[in-house]
Design a protein around this ligand. Sequence first.
Ligand SMILES: Nc1ncnc2c1ncn2[C@@H]1O[C@H](COP(=O)(O)OP(=O)(O)OP(=O)(O)O)[C@@H](O)[C@H]1O
Ligand SMILES: [Mg+2]
Length: 230
Amino acid sequence: MLSLRDFTVIRGGSKIVRDVNLDFEEGKIQIILGSNGSGKSTLAQGIMGIFPTDGHIFMDGEDISSLKVDERARRGITLAFQEPARFEGITVKDYLLISSREKKLGEVEDALRMVGLPRTMLFQEMDDSLSGGERKRIELASVLLMKPRFAILDEPDSGIDIISFKRIASAIKEMRNRGTGVILITHAEEMISLGDVASILCNGRVVVTGKPADVRRLFTKTPCPIREVR
Ligand SMILES: Nc1ncnc2c1ncn2[C@@H]1O[C@H](COP(=O)(O)OP(=O)(O)OP(=O)(O)O)[C@@H](O)[C@H]1O
Ligand SMILES: [Mg+2]
């Protein structure tokens, strides 16, 4: 269990995410909804330890608030960024082998297949020659290979075409089946319906948590009821 208690994330000196209280369970998908600028990516990066935070983050009851990014990664927390990084001079194969626990090429090929990319992509470089959608799918393949305890996926469906969308959805379901707790930031209806529970983030605060279908309906009507200045 990963638990946020009065969790606040500070960026550029401002409290962008405030007093969040949420519990993430392994083998469950928690959806985070929120308008542009509501603080979703900031929350994701705060959990990963990229920005300074206030309040607490507990993993199995232990306060991990003071742990650095790499230490959190070693405990099994992974973040797939909204905008995945480019790496010059490293091939897709090398990048994915780093994530593969068993360092087996067969496992890497399986992960690539699961996100719907051809085997030939293994030899391509992780630079600008990849499209945005390809980079997102490779990032997801790397999360599959890591088999983390908790995976934070920041809009894994953005920039993904309709045909590939279903594959991405099944890859995320597969993560849950393997026991990963998925924190899924998304706006896509089909993705929301994968969730076990959903929350709305509004001006950096969690304003509602409930069944994904109900929360989605509420979000469509009133995306952000709090209008206060941060
Ligand atoms: N250094 C900073 N100083 C002040 N405000 C910042 C800073 N960095 C980001 N922000 C603000 O924090 C807010 C939350 O940004 P964030 O990227 O977390 O939103 P988001 O919910 O992920 O949006 P999107 O749906 O567009 O991805 C935005 O209003 C942004 O302008
Ligand atoms: Mg974002």
